[in-house]
Write a protein that binds this ligand. Sequence first.
Ligand SMILES: [Zn+2]
Length: 298
Amino acid sequence: MIFTDCFALTSLTHCLFNPQCCVRNNYRENPFHNFRHGFCVAQTMYTVIWTCDLQDLLSPVDIVSLMVAALCHDLDHPGLSNVYQVNAGTELAARYLNKSPLENHHWAITSQILSHEEANIFMHCDQEEVQRILQAIMELILATDMTHHSNILRNIQQIQGFNASDMEHLTALMMGLIKLCDISNEARPAAHAEIWADALFQEYFLQSDREKAEGLPVTPYMDPDTVSKAQSQSSFISCLIVPLCQALGQVRVTDLHADWVTSVNAAPLLKPHSPTSSLSCLSPALSQSLRTGTLKER
Ligand SMILES: [Zn+2]
């Protein structure tokens, strides 16, 4: 219904696979930040929305915004984090004054694709709806910068009695959803989660090799000489994923709370967290990186 009303499916297909305006072709073949990741985030978004009956809370415009943002949120990711961009003084960092250079770039590429006549997937929307969708997509993609994680989590936790007509509530929910979907690989079955974790570490280690070769500060949690995959994963799950699931569960995503949180791979790690103590159980390297705003975006 939503897609037939608001999405032109033939245009979406064209947008995905046409060489001139193709979403797929605008993802690079990085070990982790590739089209498969973008597609998985979109697939997870679809699953969460429908299994949790969020269509009761979200308008078709909201859902379309979430789906497009999920699919496009890492477009043209170079496989090198914001920290690297800033430390290396890349053209991207300079273009965006060191402020979320990757996420701003992902949005810029998304905007270019959506402005292509052949990618006009909003042909059934009026001009006001199009502007709302584009604004929402931009904000959602920018929200995937992990340096915003704590603020977004806090905004969700502070919601008392979710009201879909309250823009602050709605924005917090939507940002929480795209963040959850972006970091949801660890909630997949262990065999699948392991593949994604290995791909992420492969990309991390390529970056740290480059940082060492170029004499740049080595991002601690990307250094194979110091990082522990098991500790990193358990910290990531217990300190970032589980609190986000719990917060969203308190808003409305009750099925997510009941099913995902208790079945997430690290269910034994489940323990109370407060907004201010959510960093306390991170490994020192991750904790330092998050506090200093240098946590790797996903
Ligand atoms: Zn991502």
